[in-house]
Design a protein around this ligand. Structure first.
Ligand SMILES: [Zn+2]
Ligand SMILES: [Zn+2]
Length: 392
């Protein structure tokens, strides 16, 4: 285990986590959470400013020279009715911290306390990035646009995300892509309506839509490297009026998930080519609209490897979990500066911390909180004093 934290620091973080858990707030409505963050930063004497409506940037300035790290915690909850049975369960019906962001915020406040109390020996500066609206519409980009990484200039950034795939006490660091890009697409197919008994006088969009859906799987099965990750899912289809009328219009929506930015970039053209040409083959016309979501989170390979080695040396059990196809807007921070998404193990059957995030039964093992605080502190200290090198 890493060096132990003061008992009072852990206790305080647990209390803050429970306080935030009872009052979950959705994206860009995190005013109570923002006030808690400001209250706690004031209590330990850390300077801070508001950003991106309900976000906060705090700065811990070490007395020793060193690098500037960013530590990011998301603050928002989900529109879920909590059914966890936890003592500190949500007191707001239909809202729940089911993704652990309450603990992310509390652990960053814990790390801020540790760094602030040790600032005489702390090399460098830690920029605390308390971010709203990760679950949507996204708070990372407005924070960056409003200068969160600029003053002082952040040189490397890290975040924690709880992960029930890993046991409590461990962390997960995987170089390269770790979360997927989640893009959306809309397809409109237009034909010519008519009598169900006279198909030759119409252009029927129903068989055209069916052929389009099947052909789109070619993007996955025949046009993408089988070792790469890609998902093309058609989630909805709307068409038709009644059994004996030929439909003149079909509307389909789908999601495109990818890890590799090059594969993501190439996919819309492939989707368009297939949709347009299948439509042409059926005598119809089609339109594809792409709606870009969060980009993939790509962990900086060198930084991830060197931080994993440093964490192991300091007694952390470090695993290398598989990437997921979920989305995460930390991606925008990691596009600007070398970044690492660190997964924090919370799996613990003894306290019922076994459910996946976004589940109404989700429970968080608070026994993971000391490991999380210590991980953030280790990143700030390791990168700060140059033990964990960063590319310049
Ligand atoms: Zn989530
Ligand atoms: Zn989350």
């Amino acid at each position: 285990m890493p060096a132990t934290l003061p008992h009072s620091t852990v206790e305080r973080a647990v209390a803050i986590r429970r306080e935030i858990h009872r009052h979950p707030e959705l994206g860009f409505e995190e005013t109570n959470t923002q006030a808690i963050v400001e209250r706690e930063l004031d209590a330990i004497g850390v300077e801070h400013r508001r950003i991106a409506t309900t976000g906060v940037v705090g700065i811990v300035r070490g007395a020793q020279p060193g690098h500037v790290t960013g530590l990011r915690a998301d603050m928002d909850a989900l529109p879920i009715l909590e059914d966890s049975g936890e003592e500190c369960a949500s007191q707001i019906a239909g809202k729940m911290h089911a993704c652990g962001h309450d603990s992310h915020t509390a652990m960053l406040l814990g790390a801020a306390r540790v760094l602030q109390e040790s600032r005489e020996s702390f090399h460098g500066t830690a920029v605390l990035l308390f971010q709203p609206a990760e679950e949507g519409p996204g708070g990372a980009l407005p924070m960056i646009e409003q200068g969160a990484l600029d003053d002082p200039r952040v040189e490397a950034v890290a975040m924690l995300h709880i992960d029930p795939r890993l046991p409590t006490g461990s962390i997960g660091i995987t170089p390269g892509p770790v979360n997927a890009a989640a893009d959306e697409f809309h397809i409109t197919i237009r034909g010519k309506g008519g009598h169900g008994a006279q198909p030759h006088k119409a252009v029927d969009v129903i068989p055209c839509a069916a052929a389009t859906i099947l052909a789109l799987q070619n993007v996955v099965a025949r046009e993408t490297d089988p070792l790469a990750s890609i998902v093309v899912t058609i989630g909805t289809i709307e068409a038709g009026y009644r059994n004996n009328v030929i439909a003149d219009k079909a509307f389909l929506t789908g999601t495109l998930r990818t890890h590799d930015p090059a594969i993501r970039e190439a996919a819309p053209e492939k989707i368009r080519r297939i949709v347009d040409n299948i439509a042409a083959a059926y005598g119809a016309t089609a339109e594809v609209k792409m709606l870009l979501g969060y980009p993939p989170v790509v962990n900086d390979a060198e930084l991830a490897q060197s931080f994993a080695a440093y964490a192991r040396e300091n007694g952390f059990p470090v695993e290398r979990p598989a990437p997921t196809m979920g989305g995460e807007d930390f991606a925008y921070f990691a596009q600007r500066v070398p970044g690492v998404l660190v997964r924090l193990g919370i799996y613990n059957e003894a306290v019922g911390s076994i459910h996946s995030g976004h589940s109404p039964q989700f429970r968080l093992d608070e026994g993971a909180i000391p490991t999380g605080i210590a991980t953030l502190v280790a990143f700030a200290r390791g990168v700060g004093d140059g033990s964990v090198p960063i590319r310049t």
